[in-house]
Design a protein around this ligand. Structure first.
Ligand code: TYD
Length: 134
């Protein structure tokens, strides 16, 4: 068990009109949010991710439907279920991440600490383990 504290529940500010969850930089997530992207319409049985980052931290929230995320720090792996709109998972830099088991209606929102840069990706698992397991 590595990183259970990386999974967080945010307050739902619901009232009789419906629900609202707010996420703020450096308060609800431990970084300045520079980019967001979201993944939806994922084909059945298809995993995404399968990489780590040198610098980028990501915060993942399934805002519709559900998916699983497996995080691997090179020593230990843990699979998390993202199935609530107020549940977020932190994927730090140098952590290998795979998103999988997407429901048809899953919309996975990702908040990122850096702008998109291809050079920030570690795409080869062997290269990843060489760098993290010293
Ligand atoms: P990719 O990193 O392969 O997605 P995943 O992490 O789910 O495997 O990204 C798919 C495409 O989208 C690829 O061409 C790069 C592009 N992309 C951006 O332009 N900006 C972004 O912020 C991200 C995450 C991807």
């Amino acid at each position: 068990m590595i990183i259970n504290q990386l999974l967080k529940s945010h307050p739902v500010r619901g009232d009789d009109r419906g629900q609202l969850v707010a996420i703020e930089s450096n308060i609800d997530v431990p970084f300045e949010i520079k980019r967001i992207f979201y993944i939806y319409g994922t084909s059945q049985g298809v995993p995404r991710g399968n990489h780590a980052h040198y610098k980028t931290k990501q915060y993942l929230i399934s805002v519709s439907g559900s998916c699983k995320v497996t995080l691997d720090n090179g020593l230990d792996k843990e699979t998390y279920v993202l199935d609530k709109q107020n549940k977020g998972l932190l994927q730090e830099e140098f952590v290998w991440g795979v998103m999988h088991d997407f429901s048809d209606d899953c919309v996975l929102l990702v908040l990122a600490s850096e702008h998109y840069e291809d050079a920030d990706y570690i795409r080869e698992y062997d290269q990843f383990t060489k760098q993290v397991v010293k």
